[in-house]
Design a protein around this ligand. Structure first.
Ligand code: ADP
Length: 378
């Protein structure tokens, strides 16, 4: 009989850092967590060296049953998490074009684990999979020549899928509904932010696109913008595609508007009367509310609006501003419950609210560990 994975190591391997958590999956408890930084720039030379450090930090464990890896992009190749073998690795190598910055690091982490944890199965868990598995083409395709989709895979994929999936399953339980019957608008609001429209437990739309640049106003990303505005800026400032990529992904959003990408700073600035900070918070709240309204319609009426991520879990100020714009849906805030909810699960809407608003901490690492166990048990 196959042994059920008991101890699962979760690895999130970035270009210059590696985060890990070790779980005992019999009880779903976290046994260890850590972060290795400055890979390739003064710290460990590469991901293999970084993982050797992790092995030491964990006390040279011999009893890790499986390793789950966060992978940015599965394109349409991977609509679910998958056990890694040489065929999967070859396919992953072909997907690097979808995430030239992150994918090589994600793949590097997997290869390093294969070397260091010999014989231990690796599972790839994709940020895109929960969305692409079920999102219909009417939401996922762009209105451009379909040749670009066929030739280059240009379409919407969506990200933060692991978080939206965790929230969907946890919220269904919280609402005492089977996952297959639950309709939600899940809001992951952090440094990067996205919403998902979940109908019958399945994603039918999400705000990010081909890349994480689309949708909401984020820490350093602009979110939705007229593509022609980008072309105008490129022409006027003579920017290359790479420079424009940096401008829109790293130097826009809250940072461009206020000088800080951190929501806490911006709330403090707005409280002191800073006009740009005030505008930034209203833009963030406005666009989030806009999508909540749209997605509530698309899912055929949500059973709950769920908020998570650093901002969603902690910022009562931002939540208040979003919910203030949802009165037409019959949504009412419980100001007291909102003010005291930080990082815990709680209903923050008033008793008479037509749709409950629930704050719920996400746990992407646990979701990766659960998927790892599920895939290996198949
Ligand atoms: P990431 O997307 O990098 O995982 P997080 O989900 O941790 O980021 O979210 C980071 C954001 O959460 C930052 O903008 C930070 O200011 C915000 N945040 C965290 N705690 C609070 C708080 N108590 N009040 C307001 N914003 C907060």
């Amino acid at each position: 009989m196959k042994k059920k994975a008991g101890k699962v190591l979760v690895v999130n391997s970035g270009s210059s850092s590696l985060k890990y958590q070790l779980f005992d999956m019999k009880t779903e408890t976290r046994l260890a967590k850590g972060l290795v930084e400055r890979i390739g720039s003064g710290g460990p030379a590469n991901h293999t060296e970084a993982l050797e450090g992790v092995v030491k930090a964990l006390g040279s464990p011999k009893d890790i049953d499986a390793i789950g890896h966060r992978v940015l992009h599965g394109a349409e190749e991977f609509k679910d998490s998958v056990k890694v073998d040489s065929k999967v690795l070859a396919k992953l190598d072909r997907l690097v074009k979808f995430g030239p910055l992150h994918m090589p690091a994600n793949i590097g982490g997997i290869r390093a684990c294969q070397k260091i944890f010999k014989g231990v199965p690796n599972v790839a868990v994709f940020d895109t999979a929960f969305h692409i598995a079920t999102m219909p083409d009417c939401a996922g395709m762009y209105a451009i020549d379909p040749r670009f989709y066929r030739k280059y895979g240009i379409r919407k994929y969506g990200f933060h899928g692991t978080s939206h999936k965790f929230i969907t399953f946890t919220a269904a339980k919280f609402l005492r509904k089977p996952v297959s019957k639950v309709n939600l608008v899940t809001c992951h609001l952090g440094n990067g932010s996205s919403l998902a429209a979940v109908k019958g437990g399945c994603v039918v739309d999400t705000t990010m696109g081909l890349t994480p640049l689309a949708g909401l106003v984020m820490g350093t990303r602009c979110g939705d913008i007229d593509a022609a505005a980008v072309l105008s800026i490129m022409a006027a400032e003579k920017l290359s595609p790479a420079e424009t990529d940096t401008l829109l992904n790293k130097k826009s959003g809250l940072l461009a508007l206020t000088g800080s990408s951190d929501c806490r700073d911006i709330c403090a600035m707005a409280a002191k009367g800073d006009k740009m900070a005030e505008l930034a918070l209203e833009m963030l709240a406005y666009r989030t509310a806009l999508y909540i309204g749209a997605y509530n319609t698309i899912v055929g009426g949500a059973d709950a609006i769920v908020m998570t991520g650093g901002i969603g879990e902690n910022s009562d100020e931002v939540r208040r501003r979003i919910i203030a714009r949802l009165a037409a849906l019959g949504i009412k805030l419980d100001a007291k419950a909102n003010a005291k909810t930080h990082g815990t699960t709680a209903v923050i809407s008033a008793k008479g609210s037509k749709v409950p608003v629930v704050v719920m901490p996400t746990n992407e690492e646990l979701m990766i560990a659960r998927d790892t166990v599920r895939v290996l048990d198949k």
